[in-house]
Design a binder for this molecule. Structure first.
Ligand code: ZN
Length: 372
């Protein structure tokens, strides 16, 4: 498919270029999204992808994750159907594989053989696996205090790990500097528009699975919002083919400690310096480059932003495992705290169908008391 990069901020477009990660307009620096330019309006394609050929999409077995009904939870919470889509069954244990597969495949089509990325965990591991498969050299910049399991996973795939002292932001700054000094593309999963084109497959699978009875609600743990945005993009694409398709309310769950996107929806000012510690490190993103795009999706689908506490997330992680046999990563368990709140405030009603993506597997970042 032919496409261009469009800046989310100033709306100017440029020719796709894997060496440019943010808008080059003076003082803009907006993130890009991919807009397709040769859509056949007579017979539109179901899934639009930014590759010359679909066969170039690297396959480590990502996608087509199962959907199951959480029987005990549906019963206990008095909701008609609570479903989980088991995104932790992706090859590296998290939904990020959908984005990495597309991003690394697109970079490979451009002939790129070395990349720089910063991550505190799941995205780094995922990008490392896909780079390994395509023999692409990858440098992953991680905060010194990133979860050990996740850093070990990144190293296992053969990536070069650069440990950077200080906050998560320091890793990003160091990665950008290294990329410039060595002329290696900065391929940040938070910025790359290709990453979102990969997470779109989540939405397409949900649409196909539920067919003419789409869920009323989908709840996302939101850091940078790539799964939330990808899901909504899939519904938008399919609406062009089937205008009757119902788009579920997309709800965003963040922690009380770091809620930048929820505060945008609520028209509150929030600055990264107000951040506090949280155990949900996968959504601890202080200044997500796609924060306004994420907030837009929530507003357009009549969803809500819900803040939850670490204690409630830990409680739900255990409940979920005991009740329905799901061992979710702490970050992923946040959506169950959000579910409880949405039911309490009657935004989710007893007759509704709810879908919860379990974005990462529990052993990625195990509870501290697990082995005691
Ligand atoms: Zn711009």
């Amino acid at each position: 498919m032919k496409y261009k990069f469009v800046c989310l901020n100033c709306k100017k477009s440029i020719k796709p270029n894997p060496h440019i990660s943010t808008c080059p307009q003076p003082r803009c620096k907006g993130a890009f999204e991919i807009v397709y330019t040769n859509i056949n309006t007579e017979s539109p394609q179901e899934i639009l992808i930014p590759l010359l050929n679909i066969s170039n999409l690297t396959n480590l077995g990502q996608g087509n994750t199962p959907v199951i009904r959480l029987n005990t939870l549906s019963n206990d919470l008095g909701i008609k159907n609570i479903y989980a889509k088991l995104e932790y069954m992706n090859p590296t244990g998290s939904f990020k594989d959908r984005g990495s597969a597309m991003m690394i495949s697109a970079l490979n089509e451009f002939g790129i053989n070395e990349i720089v990325e910063d991550s505190s965990g799941n995205a780094g591991a995922s990008i490392s696996a896909y780079s390994a498969y395509l023999k692409m050299k990858s440098h992953i910049f991680v905060p010194e205090d990133a979860p050990k399991n996740k850093v070990s996973q990144i190293q296992l795939y053969g990536s070069i790990v650069h440990k950077i002292p200080g906050s998560r932001d320091n890793s990003a700054i160091a990665a950008i500097k290294y990329s410039k000094e060595n002329s290696i593309p900065y391929s940040s999963h938070n910025l790359s528009p290709y990453f979102i084109e990969g997470t779109k497959f989540f939405g397409h699978e949900v649409i196909n699975h539920f067919n003419d009875k789409q869920p009323d609600h989908i709840l996302f743990p939101v850091g940078n919002g790539s799964l939330l945005i990808g899901s909504y993009k899939a519904y938008e694409e399919r609406k062009k083919i089937n205008p009757d398709i119902k788009i579920p309310k997309h709800h965003a769950i963040q922690t009380e400690s770091i809620p930048p996107i929820i505060e945008i929806i609520s028209n509150n000012n929030w600055a990264p310096k107000q951040a506090k510690q949280t155990l949900a490190n996968g959504i601890a993103i202080l200044n997500p480059p796609r924060k306004y795009q994420s907030a837009d999706v929530i507003k357009k689908t009549n969803g809500q932003g819900i803040k939850v506490s670490d204690q409630s997330i830990l409680d739900w992680q255990k409940e979920l495992a005991k009740k329905d046999g799901i061992f979710a990563e702490i970050t992923s368990a946040a959506i169950f705290s959000g579910l409880e709140k949405l039911i309490k405030q009657e935004s989710i009603l007893p007759g509704d169908d709810v879908l919860l993506p379990i974005t990462g597997f529990g052993l990625k970042d195990p509870p501290r008391d697990l082995f005691n």
